[in-house]
Design a protein around this ligand. Structure first.
Ligand SMILES: Nc1ncnc2c1ncn2[C@@H]1O[C@H](COP(=O)(O)OP(=O)(O)OP(=O)(O)O)[C@@H](O)[C@H]1O
Ligand SMILES: [Mg+2]
Length: 238
């Protein structure tokens, strides 16, 4: 076959959630924050998770990002069931495969932009000079080559979020998880961050999962997952 169609890569599942529950015990009461979430995320996809405050978006991101474990159900990353892995294997996977971007930036205030970006590489087996080079390249990519020795409080909100994105990319993760990354930014800086995420998706082929309650950001994504009261109520394609 010589058709151009044959060159399209097959959709490959990167991440699979199977009947995922998260229950918090509050004294004698138990609170089901996620109630049977099942969904597959494909390699190279840009997905948004939309839902009102308290619907379980961040809880879901923490599970997907291996920062927490489900009470019930299974999460498979590249067909590996996370519940079968040791703590140290999970930490390895988290460090290598996942980059996090949070609403509050979560930078370390005593470190420069450059030092913040280098930080996640410390546990990787790569020579220091190479790690510094990579961090500098990423700061240049996010437009902050001239700000790398600034501390977070010497940067604007949008600049801090760009440092956080550079930090998320430093171990070359497959997946970027962004939880309300524009929530604390003015609309112009928010736009820049969204453009950056879109570029990472289109040019670097990153899989992006973006949590938002801003309906206007949904157009950036190929699929939108709507969450209500800990359940998926709809999945829509662009
Ligand atoms: N550690 C915890 N212990 C008990 N309850 C929790 C805990 N973490 C979250 N919750 C509850 O779980 C529900 C979902 O929280 P979550 O942070 O996932 O919501 P969200 O969709 O991200 O909301 P927002 O848009 O406000 O960020 C909330 O009702 C919250 O109070
Ligand atoms: Mg949240």
């Amino acid at each position: 076959m010589n058709s151009a169609k044959t060159h399209f890569p097959k959709k490959e599942i990167l991440l699979e959630l199977q009947d995922v529950w998260k229950t918090y015990q509050m004294g004698s009461e138990s609170l089901d924050v996620l109630r049977g979430v099942s969904v597959s995320i494909y390699k190279g996809e840009f997905v948004t998770i939309l839902g009102p405050s308290g619907s379980g978006k961040s809880t879901l991101m923490n599970l997907v990002g291996i920062l927490d474990i489900p009470t019930r159900g299974h999460i498979l990353l590249e067909k590996k069931d996370l519940s079968h892995l040791s703590e140290s294997a999970l930490a390895q996977l988290r460090g290598k495969k996942i980059g996090f971007v949070f609403q509050q930036f979560n930078l370390i205030h005593t470190l420069s932009a450059l030092e913040n970006v280098i930080l996640p590489t410390i546990f990787q087996n790569v020579p220091q000079t190479q790690r510094i080079e990579r961090a500098k390249e990423l700061l240049a990519l996010v437009g902050l080559a001239d700000r790398m020795h600034h501390r977070p409080n010497e940067l604007s909100g949008g600049q801090q979020q760009r440092v956080a994105i550079a930090r998320a990319l430093v171990n070359n993760p497959e997946i970027i998880l962004a939880d309300e990354p524009t929530g604390n930014l003015d609309s112009q800086s928010g736009k820049q961050i969204m453009e950056l995420l879109t570029t990472l998706h289109e040019k670097e082929k990153k899989t992006i999962i973006l949590v938002t309650h801003d309906q206007s950001l949904v157009r950036h994504a190929q699929r939108t997952i709507s969450l209500r009261d800990g359940k998926i109520v709809s999945i829509t394609n662009k």
